[in-house]
Design a protein around this ligand. Structure first.
Ligand SMILES: Cc1ncc(COP(=O)(O)O)c(C=O)c1O
Length: 222
């Protein structure tokens, strides 16, 4: 099968304007037809009996959806929660921490703007220090990355926050090794995996972060 055949096959699966080549599933993923149909069926189901649906069936439906997602990412369903998006989920975590003046949040200079702003806001409010460790590109090895980031750890480091796949530079950071070191050092690890699910195999348990957020509306197309 040629490249062109593949392209038309994929185009038929989506509702996208056939005149455009849509590459940016990283902002808002386009939804394939079968997913869109399933989503509209749920909306119709809700409209048939709104109180029955939202008042009586909703919790069990959400439990079933969580179990399906847990199976997909090899996680325990009890460890998963749904949030509107990764920014909201990470804000819930970041704003729930009890940080004191002088505590340090270690990160990289490859983070997504909205989360960078969240941490700067939190640092201003609490007196904590937000330290973005410079990671120059090209990065050649995972060991090089780990050494550069870990050089920013001090006795006051309370949190390490980093992306799994970075937004400005499309790098895959070796997050499991960072989380392993953080755990050993008593540092809370928070991973922004907004671009991972659907794009790379994902196993949050193996990564071992204290908190891991991803997005279903980007590369999982849902
Ligand atoms: C690395 C990273 N984190 C977080 C987000 C935010 O995703 P959302 O708008 O779905 O919260 C993005 C969006 O592109 C991103 O690239």
């Amino acid at each position: 099968m040629s490249f062109t055949d593949h392209t038309s096959l994929f185009k038929e699966l989506f509702l996208l304007d056939p005149e455009i080549v849509f590459l940016n599933h990283g902002s808002f993923g386009a939804t394939p037809r079968p997913v869109f149909d399933a989503y509209q069926n749920w909306q119709r189901e809700l409209e048939r009996q709104p109180v029955e649906f939202l008042g009586r069936r909703f919790n069990n439906l959400m439990r079933d959806a969580r179990a399906a997602l847990a199976a997909y990412v090899h996680a325990d369903a009890a460890d998963l929660i749904y949030a509107p998006n990764a920014t909201t989920a990470l804000n819930i975590v970041a704003r729930s921490l009890r940080l004191n003046p002088g505590d340090e949040i270690l990160t990289t200079d490859h983070e997504y703007g909205a989360l960078d702003r969240t941490w700067r806001f939190i640092a201003r409010k609490t007196g904590a220090v937000y330290r973005a460790q410079p990671i120059p590109v090209p990065i050649t090895t995972p060991e090089d990355f780990v050494a550069r980031l870990w050089a920013g750890v001090t006795p006051r480091t309370r949190v390490v926050f980093l992306s799994h796949i970075t937004s400005p530079t499309a790098l895959i950071f070796p997050v499991a090794e960072i989380c392993r070191r953080a755990r050993a050092a008593g540092i809370i690890s928070i991973v922004d995996g907004a671009h991972t699910i659907g794009q790379i195999p994902l196993n949050p348990e193996e990564i071992g972060a204290d908190f891991y957020a991803s997005n279903l509306h980007k590369w999982l197309f849902s």
